[in-house]
Design a protein around this ligand. Structure first.
Ligand code: NDP
Length: 274
C-alpha cells in the first residue's frame, strides 16, 4: 500500500491523517497516511528514512517547511516564492516540493463566494503562512494587496521578492485611513488570544474578514472584526482541508470533495469543548 505521512513537531494535534484517510476512502485510493513526530534536528534523516521505506509523499508542517524547501531537487514556482514547502512527492530518486497553502486559501475564499478580483485586500502577517499565499492571491488580480506586519521589514522583504505594483508593505499605523474589502489574518496572534493592533477603520460594512487560525469558537480576531461591523467572518478550517485536497491531487491525480470532511472536522471541533 502506498505510504504518505506528515512531518512536524509538535504533531499530535494534526488533523491531516484524518483528512487524507477520508479522501482515500471517498476516492477509492488505497494508501496509508500517518503523523510523524520529528526531532528538531532530524528532519532530513526522517525524510530519507521514509523514502527508503517506500514512502511516496509527505506533508510538512511547523517548523520544517523552510528546511523542506532546501531538501528538494525540484520545487514549484509557488513554493519558491513562498520560501516554504508543505508537500513533498518522491519519485525516480527525486524529491519534488510544492506549497498548497495559498491555493487552499483561495479555494476556500471562493467556496464562500468571496470576490478577489479587483478588490482591496489586506494581508496581516509576514511569516511562512503569509508568504505562501501572496502569489495565489496576486493571481486573482486584486486592485491592491497590502501586507501589514508588526515587524515592518519582514513585510517589506516579501514585497521586494515579488516586484508587483499591486503589492505594498505597511506598518499597522500606516494603514489609516484606508479600508479593505477582504482582510486575511495570517498571524498566529489568535492562538495566544491577541488581535493584531490594526486600526478599526480598515473594516467597512462590506468587509470580509478571514483568520487562518481556527478554534472551537470564533477567534478573537473574528469576534473583533464582527464588532467593527464586518459583513462576513471565516476561519481557516476550510483552508486546512482545501490545501490537503491539493496535496492529495498532486500525489494521486484525483481531486477529492472537501465538504463532507470539513463538516466532520467542524463537528469534532465544536464537540471537543462540550
Ligand atoms: P510564523 O511564526 O512564521 O509567523 C507568525 C506571524 O504572526 C508573524 O507575522 C508575526 O509577526 C505574527 N504575530 C505573532 N504574534 C503576533 C501578535 N501578538 N500581534 C501581531 N502579530 C503577531 O507562523 P506562520 O506564518 O507559519 O503561521 C501563522 C498562522 O497561520 C499560525 O497560527 C498557523 O496555525 C496558521 N496557518 C493556518 C493554515 C491553515 O490551513 N488554516 C495554514 C498555515 C498556517 P512578527 O513578524 O512581527 O513577529
Amino acid at each position: 500500500m502506498d505510504q504518505y505521512c506528515v512531518f512536524g513537531n509538535p504533531i499530535e494535534q494534526s488533523r491531516s491523517p484524518f483528512i487524507h484517510q477520508q479522501f482515500a476512502l471517498q476516492t477509492g485510493q488505497k494508501l496509508s497516511y500517518q503523523a510523524q513526530l520529528v526531532a528538531l534536528d532530524k528532519f532530513e534523516t526522517a525524510v530519507t528514512t521514509f523514502i527508503q521505506q517506500g514512502g511516496k509523499g509527505a506533508n510538512v508542517t511547523v517548523p520544517f517547511k523552510e528546511q523542506a524547501l532546501q531538501l528538494c531537487d525540484q520545487v514549484s514556482e509557488r513554493a519558491k516564492q513562498a520560501g516554504a514547502v508543505n508537500t513533498l512527492s518522491f519519485s525516480d530518486h527525486q524529491i519534488i516540493g510544492d506549497n498548497t497553502d495559498g491555493i487552499g486559501l483561495v479555494a476556500d475564499l471562493k467556496s464562500h463566494q468571496v470576490t478577489l478580483n479587483n478588490q482591496r485586500i489586506l494581508l496581516i502577517g509576514a511569516g511562512g503562512a503569509a508568504k505562501g499565499v501572496v502569489l495565489p492571491l496576486l493571481a486573482e488580480k486584486p486592485s491592491v494587496l497590502v501586507i501589514a506586519n508588526r515587524t515592518l521589514n519582514k513585510a517589506e522583504a516579501i514585497i521586494a521578492q515579488h516586484n508587483n505594483d499591486r503589492l505594498c508593505a505597511k506598518s499597522y499605523t500606516q494603514l489609516s485611513p484606508s479600508s479593505f474589502d477582504l482582510i486575511i489574518n495570517a498571524t498566529s496572534a489568535s492562538l495566544s488570544g491577541f488581535v493584531p493592533a490594526i486600526p478599526a477603520e480598515v473594516i467597512h460594512n462590506n468587509t470580509v474578514c478571514y483568520d487562518m487560525v481556527y478554534q472551537q469558537e470564533a477567534t478573537v480576531f473574528l469576534q473583533w472584526a464582527k464588532q467593527q461591523g464586518a459583513r462576513k467572518i471565516i476561519d481557516g478550517l476550510g483552508m486546512l482541508v482545501k490545501q490537503a485536497a491539493e496535496s492529495f491531487y498532486l500525489w494521486r491525480g484525483v481531486k477529492p470533495q472537501t465538504d463532507e470532511v470539513l463538516t466532520q472536522l467542524r463537528k469534532a471541533l465544536t464537540d471537543s469543548g462540550r
